[in-house]
Design a protein around this ligand. Structure first.
Ligand SMILES: C[S@@+](CC[C@H](N)C(=O)[O-])C[C@H]1O[C@@H](n2cnc3c(N)ncnc32)[C@H](O)[C@@H]1O
Length: 187
């Protein structure tokens, strides 16, 4: 399917059994149009890559960065890897969560997160990855209001992350999340 953005125009392969396989999800398109561009270098995470529209776009926008496209769905990872090669986004690494080395810290995280897995899985998944942001890093999450964006923002704030709603359209919100600081850390 076609992914057309002001700066990116690519054809991506998808398949049944993968999220939004007949289209580029509206939330994903909104995130890619409105979130801040990725840092030019360093490690960047696409959490829940699906067939790779976010990872491929990040890879093309920041060719000197390393883009980790992480998913638990093997077919999604195969498609992400194929789409990265086909579009020339050779800096995209498709990996399961376990395959990302534990010492990697992310300059940025972008995600259309798997909110439908339920809060019991979503919350620990998000905190585990958000706690791997570099001190000056930030995450951009797109979540629809009907899928709990506002309560997720409140929950993340309560967990100590800096949370700001930076864009909103058609019920989708983009949340910018900054690392939580230790108590007494006044950096
Ligand atoms: C809402 S979809 C977004 C897919 C893709 N980024 C897009 O925009 O089309 C969320 C993705 O998260 C993946 N996922 C579910 N549980 C996960 C987990 N524990 N760790 C990483 N990814 C997960 C799903 O397989 C799915 O591909």
């Amino acid at each position: 399917m076609a992914l057309k953005l002001p700066d990116v125009d690519v054809l991506l392969e998808s398949d049944a059994g993968v999220f939004a396989h007949r289209t580029v999800d509206s939330g994903t398109r909104f995130l890619l149009r409105r979130a801040s561009p990725p840092p030019p270098q360093g490690d960047v995470l696409d959490l829940g890559s699906g067939y790779g529209p976010i990872a491929v776009t990040l890879g093309l926008r920041a060719p000197a960065a390393r883009i980790w496209a992480v998913d638990v769905n093997r077919r999604a990872l195969e498609l992400t890897a194929r789409n990265a090669v086909a579009t020339g986004a050779t800096n995209v690494v498709a990996a399961t969560p376990e395959e990302v080395p534990a010492d990697v810290r992310f300059a940025a995280i972008y995600s259309n997160p798997p909110v439908r897995v339920g809060l019991a899985l979503l919350h620990p998944m998000l905190t585990a990855w958000l706690d791997r942001l570099a001190d000056d890093g930030a995450a951009h999450l797109v979540v629809h209001r009907h899928l709990g964006s506002d309560s997720l923002a409140r929950w993340l704030g309560g967990e100590g992350f800096g949370v700001e709603r930076v864009a909103s359209h058609d019920g989708f919100r983009i949340l910018r999340v900054q690392p939580r600081r230790a108590v007494g850390d006044d950096r």
